[in-house]
Design a protein around this ligand. Sequence first.
Ligand code: PEP
Length: 252
Amino acid sequence: MSRRPLVAGNWKMFKTRAEARAFAETLAENLAQADGVDLAICPPFTSIDVVATVLQGTGVGVFGQTGHENENGAHTGEVSMGMLVDAGASGVLLGHSERRADCAETDQALARKVPAALVAGLTPVLCVGESEFERDSGSTKAILDVQVREGLSGVPKDRLGDVVVAYEPIWAIGTGKSARPEIAQEAHAWIREELRSLAGDTADSMRILYGGSVKPETAAELMALPDVDGALVGGAALDALSLLAIAAAARP
Ligand code: PEP
């Protein structure tokens, strides 16, 4: 089954609004390099509207980096899924390992956030991945199974196909140490198997992105793997041409 690749750039807590605008303008001018690949930018909340305005009509998605499951309420510092849509977002990262570690974004919370994103009309990207300790102790598959199953437990079966999953081994994020291709493929195949147990044949059309120190030089090898359907990119996504080079490597 051929799946259209998705390459998403996670800016984390980087870029002012002026820097975000400059990035988006460069991206828009050079989009032909990413023909055949879906692109998304995940700016901090403060720059979602700027990026969405510059990229309007280009087909490039603008995703939040997290979102709250409630529509509104007394949740200081939080932003709801509807507010992300209002700012111009079309998707949202959920369960990034930095959010799991810093802000207790638990599997139980994700079970509410993923369906809330879908109800608001956003594409949720559920991030999963094991720590170095979990890998070394042989529990990677068990950890991924739980994160996928619990994170998707609130999603109606007929909406599972609208979810994107990102495999991001924690030991590979921001370390410069990308997973070796055979390690990435094995984990992606495990995730697809778990998705199949939840969604049946729909699992074949669901995109599973690889994230963890993807660079333009290493992208082609990873993007060619049978169960890798694109990338979630951190550091290398802060430069528009670098992100486009990764997207070019993902072209079918
Ligand atoms: C990320 O933030 O999701 C990520 C994969 O970061 P990096 O590419 O810098 O490892």
